[in-house]
Write a protein that binds this ligand. Structure first.
Ligand code: ADP
Ligand code: MG
Length: 259
């Protein structure tokens, strides 16, 4: 609680893209699902940060987004709130098409294959756990179930978690690829949103192969997926990544000076 945003609240946001994004003035006027608005309040968020003011409408409009904003500027919620909010409107329909919905409701007795709608790739275990904690707040009292997997953690426990059903998968790249190999455990065929958080961390050469595996593997249906890149800096390789994987008409948002 009590995060001090005084240093960023006034920062300007620069946008480029196919359409002008009108920033929201408040969470109350953002057209959020009542359950989401309630969760935002419960999280103690009173006003959106600059990146959030632009990201919420851009994602709602259905664009791929590249967002560059300094650490601590609220990037996690800038993608979690609008993505989860979009899914909440369709929660009933989504629940009906879940693999084995009865098992999903009852939990443990019957293992199901995880078919997440959202995948958030995080370069470190610490970040994955942080994002998971945030996602849990926003999924509270909704039909959406978040789940986190990362290397170094107990693999069998993470498998068991996944097999209870998972709508929002937060994953480190290595563990994600590991689990993607087991098609009885996980498929990316239903993914609608793919987020790379701290994407600049994943542009090093040793990650690049992993990255292509994730983007093209797991039965992803390219045309149905919105891609989001979030980062504190904008290195040159970023442009190639965006060019290769994002829709040509993506929205680019940058807070303050380029990092
Ligand atoms: P970044 O990813 O840009 O480094 P985070 O998403 O980790 O930033 O957010 C930094 C902190 O600010 C977190 O503790 C988060 O819960 C909090 N936070 C984010 N948005 C808001 C908001 N609108 N109001 C209050 N606190 C917020
Ligand atoms: Mg972050």
């Amino acid at each position: 609680q009590g995060v001090d945003f005084s240093n960023i609240a006034e920062l300007e946001v620069y946008q480029e893209g196919p359409a002008r994004v009108d920033p929201i003035a408040s969470f109350e006027t953002a057209g959020l699902h009542p359950a989401m608005l309630n969760n935002v309040k419960l999280a103690g968020y009173e006003t959106p940060t600059p990146i959030q003011r632009y990201c919420l409408p851009a994602i709602k409009m259905g664009y791929d987004v590249v967002a560059v904003a300094q650490t601590g500027s609220g990037k996690t919620a800038a993608y979690l709130i609008p993505i989860l909010n979009q899914l909440m409107g369709k929660a009933k329909k989504l629940a009906a098409t879940r693999p084995n919905p009865a098992a999903f409701r009852e939990g443990v007795d019957q293992a199901v294959r995880a078919e997440p709608l959202v995948v958030i790739v995080c370069p470190s275990r610490e970040l994955a756990v942080q994002v998971f904690t945030e996602a849990r707040k926003f999924c509270y009292r909704t039909m959406l179930r978040p789940c986190v997997i990362y290397g170094g953690g107990p693999s069998s426990e993470q498998r068991a978690q996944l097999q209870k059903g998972c709508d929002v998968l937060i994953a480190s790249p290595g563990r994600l690829i590991d689990f993607m190999d087991d098609t009885r455990l996980l498929t990316l065929r239903r993914v609608r949103y793919m987020v790379l958080d701290e994407a600049d961390e994943m542009l090093h050469d040793d990650w690049k192969g992993d990255f292509d595996t994730i983007m093209s593997g797991g039965e992803i249906e390219e045309g149905n997926v919105r891609y989001m890149l979030f980062s504190a800096t904008f290195p040159k390789q970023f442009r190639d990544l965006a060019k290769n994987h994002l829709a040509e008409t993506h929205v680019r948002l940058r807070v303050g000076r380029a990092g």
